[in-house]
Design a protein around this ligand. Structure first.
Ligand code: IMP
Length: 216
């Protein structure tokens, strides 16, 4: 009896509300070594796509997590993230993925950002990445965790790692962009790494998950 209970409490299966394999890999990497198994949406054929039409990262993340938990009957995690440039009134914000228009790729979004920021110097180049992670349970309850990475926007793209705005984002205190860092260096500093760390602490306290990860 005790043994069965221990297994139930120490092993969690969580659906990641994304079809983006990069995100599944990134989250699995950060939780490597823990008693958490992440399932992708591919394990649930017929799962509807959820439109990201919220005004905030939190609204979008919650909408996705709650819908997927309802559809799958499993605990679900969703995130929404993006870049905020203070001098641009926090743009591109929730529109980060489609800043240069619907269907625009990373390169087009990044080049639009550099164009919009032409002539801006010093403090006006300050920016932050934001990531909100929502966890929703089959009983309808939920919780959200937000992480930030502060930095500034470089004048030219540098580096080839990562994705999105990584080639122009220099985290505070570094001369390198995220795209010039290794994945684990970025995980330690990133908005997503910080939000996941909060989620991890919550899960550990609530569900006794076990493991070892030097990042956490
Ligand atoms: P989403 O969370 O997948 O909707 O991400 C929205 C957009 O924000 C991405 O397409 C990227 O343009 C940008 N973004 C979010 N996180 C990062 C990051 O860690 N590096 C670079 N760009 C990011």
């Amino acid at each position: 009896m005790f043994f069965t209970l221990f297994i139930i409490l120490s092993f969690m299966e969580i659906v990641l509300a994304t079809r983006n394999n990069r995100k599944v890999r990134e989250i699995s990497r950060i939780f490597r070594g823990y008693d958490v198994r992440f399932l992708s949406l591919d394990a649930f054929p017929g799962c509807p796509d959820v439109e990201e039409d919220g005004k905030t990262f939190r609204q979008n993340a919650l909408k996705k997590a709650v819908s997927i938990a309802r559809f799958t009957g499993c605990t679900a995690i969703a995130d929404d993230s993006g870049l905020e440039v203070m001098a641009l009134g926090r743009a591109p914000g929730v529109f980060s993925a489609r800043y240069a228009g619907k269907g625009a790729d990373d390169r087009k979004n990044l080049m639009k950002l550099l164009r919009e920021m032409r002539g801006l110097e010093g403090e006006d180049r300050e920016a932050r990445f934001v990531c909100c992670i929502a966890i929703a349970f089959p009983d309808g309850s939920y919780k959200t965790f937000t992480g930030y990475a502060k930095g500034e926007i470089a004048k030219k793209p540098k580096g080839f790692n990562g994705f999105g705005y990584d080639p122009v984002f220099c985290p505070a205190g570094y001369d390198l962009t995220f795209a010039q860092m290794t994945a684990s260096e970025k995980d330690r500093l990133s908005h997503r790494g910080k939000a996941l760390k909060k989620l991890y602490i919550y899960l550990k306290n609530q569900f006794f998950i076990h493991g070892r990860n030097d990042l956490l």
